[in-house]
Design a protein around this ligand. Structure first.
Ligand code: ZN
Length: 94
């Protein structure tokens, strides 16, 4: 999947991303993150994820808001994040 991203136009895209691992037993792990170099980020995760999506963000504020929103959208039982990312910027927790 990181190969496909490298061929995308532009470098160092600012974006929020969602990594998901859907296992054969239908258990799901979902990780929400943000990166200013999103094309490099997924491959730096040690854990294997088999689904990937990202949403480009225009600026830092948009990225922080989106990351918090995505985190809240993921059901607690399937979250792979150890902690709530960027709590201070979260539109739900602020
Ligand atoms: Zn929050």
């Amino acid at each position: 999947m990181s190969e496909n991203l490298k061929t995308g136009a532009g470098k160092h895209k600012r974006a929020c991303y969602v990594l998901a691992n859907l296992k054969e037993n239908m258990n799901l792990d979902v990780y929400v993150g943000q990166s200013k170099t999103v094309e490099k980020r997924p491959s730096s995760h040690s854990k294997k994820f088999n689904l990937y999506n990202m949403e480009p963000c225009a600026n830092e504020q948009e990225m922080n808001h989106l990351e918090g929103t995505l985190w809240h959208l993921v059901k607690a039982s399937v979250r792979a994040n150890e902690n709530h990312p960027n709590t201070e910027f979260c539109p739900f927790c602020a």
